[in-house]
Design a protein around this ligand. Sequence first.
Ligand code: ADP
Ligand code: MG
Length: 345
Amino acid sequence: MSEPFVRIEGVAKRWNGQLGVENVSLDIERGSFVALLGPSGCGKSTTLRLLSGLELPDEGNIRIDGNDVTLAAPSERNLSMVFQSYALFPHLTVAENVVFGLKVRRVGKVERAEKLHRALEITGLLGYEQRKPGELSGGQRQRVALARAIVAGQPLCLMDEPLSNLDAKLRASVRRDIKKLQTDLGITVIYVTHDQTEAMSMADKVVLMKDGHIQQVGPPQDLYYEPANTFVAEFVGAPPMALIEAAALTGFDNATRIGIRAEDVRVAADGQGRLNCTVADCEFLGSETFIVLDCPHTTGLTVSMPGLQHIPQGEAMSITFDDGALHFFDASGERIETDSVASAA
Ligand code: ADP
Ligand code: MG
């Protein structure tokens, strides 16, 4: 087996005892889109900065394209970066901003012009060459930052929350632009986000982190359908997976908590279901309504109903679900495989 394009092994970073990340190991395939996902402060940016060379690790090593770059300078790593703050020069035009790095690297005028044209074409910015960043919308500025990363022509691009300054609608469209760019150019992208929708919709592989540690690595569907622990279960998906104390249901003695997704919960005839709840809230989303339920010994219990639904708060609702849809977790929150849990049947 040949080595993956990027290999992080046992990396740790601390500042005066303050933990950044610990025991981070990760393989990234060439040409893939990898999302580093997790709540604020979990170590996403630290991991990205260690990859870029802006920070150096206390432990472990990092290999890119077969080279040990653990202690290498950022300029020696053949990568480009895009940040949340576009980091554009306000007094330079779009064109000047995009080719700035090429100029520094003394790339010739003709080659610069060619690369500029191609990058502006790809990012839909042709015609905006002479504008200053102040004369652009947020989405256009972010495209300039992308164009600048593209002209660098590097095989690896690191992005740290590049869309968080954009409004929701624009975020969704630039998200698709970035994904398309990555596939068209065949580059490897490592993308930091705290937004699970972004990670799930863009990435080939999601790396979910918490408190400086990796919780689960896998394709989006693995994290959704087989969460490794209750943290993953509650972080991935909207609404998050509901958790029920195992003692509230009969027959699952080996589990401590049981997970269920909203789409697997069904409304039963009054008092005939497996749990008797009351309606806490209705969230109308257009194609469906999430009915949020109150029920002792559960958190986040929700049922999805089609279209617009209006159920008064406090109304009784009995719910049911199939054993096959359940997820089981032990006392420490780790996933238990279904076949090792005794069934009530
Ligand atoms: P994220 O990007 O996931 O929000 P970070 O990687 O920025 O999180 O931070 C991870 C942890 O490391 C946080 O607790 C943060 O306070 C800490 N940290 C990051 N950079 C520094 C630094 N330069 N000095 C001290 N602590 C830092
Ligand atoms: Mg960050």
